[in-house]
Ligand binder design. Structure first.
Ligand code: SF4
Ligand code: SF4
Ligand code: SF4
Length: 502
């Protein structure tokens, strides 16, 4: 008899009084948890297979289901959590690297957004009412000229570098077609167009159907160069060179052959069924000089019409890295923090490598200002931006704009079950299985994204108004708008904020 050392993490509770044996839960769960017992005619559940995605709960017409954390506990030990022991059982059984997805949930690494508070005007410098007075949420991303010249007629005669114009300081983060479904990319592109912002192809190329959304698309060039050709580079409004991402700094990407099917293979320009592995480094970038050459090549290939963004993970010496990138000719730097999401990553890397975006962002803004090169480059922050207050705090710490990935997926139904790497996403997001992809309607998804970003933008206006600030430009890097709570002096120094009460 094979004994299962691992224990189910969730309990599937079915109210027999409410269940009408309709089998919807069985049809909706790709993990095979629910089955009808043909002998008894009653629904049964194999809880060991459940990943707690909540799809069956949401779809059950009678509210008969609940998924809860399992109450079965191993003997407690102060140094060895149940999770630590279960991971050992899993590795002892398979000999494999522990794979996971979404962002790190390491409790020991603080989430600094929750330790920062915003200011509000009271008597002097009064608040601004965003309903009655203009409030600027538009953002321009790209290099700003050091000086602006006007001709004798007063007209501008400085050629401005290409830039991105956003109606709100929120972009959609890079997520590749292959890691996520066609319907998600379709929803992101439609929402970006409706909102006057941008979505990002990630490293998987751009599906032919989505070329018409190019004016709201950032096309990515990653180390695997999947789907990269001149037409692709010309199709977007900006090009992003991806060096690293917050969830897995220092390693490449791996999309299994099972997900390289049909249009995914065609779009990536790789054979069907073959694993798409992007190497850890770009094999043509080993210095800032090499990066400068790639930036210049991409600009030349696109007739100097597109801004170039360089995306890096937040790591220990991020300020020095950002300084180099600012001197490479890039127009913007995208910094992705430790808690950033992913479609698949080794769990050890995700949970132990990198630093929180809050500290990285503050350090980068400070360094670029000290070196008087802050205007040369825009800064985009990402890696666990959960609500509009996080957006405002990120901008006050020095970001020009933020990217949202996990929040965007949650707006389309994701329940953060961290099972994207299985390809069995019941919400139709991180999957290529046609029956599961159909679980997400791209028009409904786009509408939910539009609603979310509009709601956040309204809240951002209110918070800015409360602070007596009427533009994102005036909020950017304005650390006086922030106070810390429960932080050490060292943390406050790095964040560049005073403690609450000071
Ligand atoms: S969906 Fe709900 S009512 Fe239908 S079989 Fe499952 S638990 Fe029962
Ligand atoms: S994996 Fe999702 S759909 Fe399947 S039983 Fe668990 S919560 Fe329900
Ligand atoms: S995208 Fe799907 S599989 Fe990934 S965490 Fe969200 S619900 Fe789970």
């Amino acid at each position: 008899m094979k004994i299962q050392w691992d224990t189910p993490r969730f309990a599937v509770l079915r109210d027999r009084e409410l269940c009408v044996n309709c089998r919807i839960c069985e049809q909706q769960c790709a993990f095979g948890v629910h089955k009808k017992d043909e002998k008894t005619g009653r629904m049964q559940a194999n809880a060991a297979l459940c990943v707690d995605c909540q799809r069956c709960v949401a779809c059950c017409p009678t509210g008969a289901l609940q998924i809860r954390p399992s109450e079965n506990v191993f003997r407690p030990h102060a140094g060895w959590s149940q999770d630590a022991r279960q991971e050992i059982y899993r590795q002892a059984a398979t000999g494999g690297v522990l794979l996971s997805s979404m962002g790190s949930s390491q409790k020991e690494v603080p989430c600094y957004w929750d330790k920062l508070l915003l200011n509000a005007s009271q008597v002097t410098n009064p608040p601004i009412d965003p309903l009655r007075e203009p409030m600027e949420t538009e953002v321009y991303l790209g290099r700003r000229p050091d000086k602006v010249h006007r001709g004798p007629d007063g007209k501008l005669d400085t050629t401005l570098p290409p830039h991105l114009e956003l109606k709100t300081p929120i972009l959609f983060a890079a997520m590749s077609y292959g890691a996520i479904s066609y319907n998600v990319h379709a929803a992101l592109s439609r929402a970006a167009q409706a909102l006057g912002t941008y979505y990002n192809t990630g490293e998987g190329g751009l599906h032919r159907d989505l070329y018409p959304y190019g004016a709201n698309t950032i096309v990515q060039v990653a180390s695997g160069r999947f789907g990269v050709h001149r037409e692709y580079l010309m199709a977007g409004s900006a090009i992003e060179i991806k060096i690293g991402q917050g969830a897995k700094p220092g390693i490449g990407g791996h999309l299994t052959g099972a997900k390289i099917v049909g249009d995914v293979a065609r779009t990536r320009m790789v054979p069907e069924g073959m694993d798409a592995i992007s190497p850890a480094p770009h094999h043509d970038i080993y210095s800032i000089e090499d990066l400068r050459q790639l930036v210049a090549s991409l600009k030349e290939a696109t007739g100097y019409t597109k801004p170039v963004i360089v995306k890096v993970a937040a790591v220990h010496n991020i300020a020095a890295i950002a300084s180099g990138i600012a001197r490479s000719g890039a127009d913007a730097i995208a910094i992705d923090g430790f808690r950033g999401g992913t479609g698949a990553a080794p769990a050890r890397i995700r949970d132990n490598v990198g630093i929180p975006i809050e500290l990285a962002l503050a350090a980068v803004d400070e360094r670029l200002r000290q070196e008087q090169i802050r205007r040369r480059i825009s800064v985009i922050a990402s890696g666990s931006i959960r609500n509009s207050a996080d957006v405002v705090k990120a901008i006050a710490l020095g970001a020009d704009a933020v990217s949202i990935g996990t929040a965007a997926l949650c707006a389309m139904g994701c329940h953060m079950c961290a099972s994207c790497h299985t390809g069995l996403c019941n919400w139709g997001i991180a999957t290529q299985r046609p029956d599961l992809v159909a679980h997400l309607d791209p028009d409904e998804g786009a509408q939910c994204l539009v609603n979310l970003v509009n709601a956040w933008t309204r809240e951002i206006r209110e918070m800015m108004g409360g602070m007596g600030i009427n533009s994102i430009e005036a909020l950017c890097g304005n650390r006086l708008a922030l106070r810390g709570v429960g932080l050490t002096q060292k943390e406050l120094d790095i964040l560049g904020v005073k403690h609450a009460g000071e």
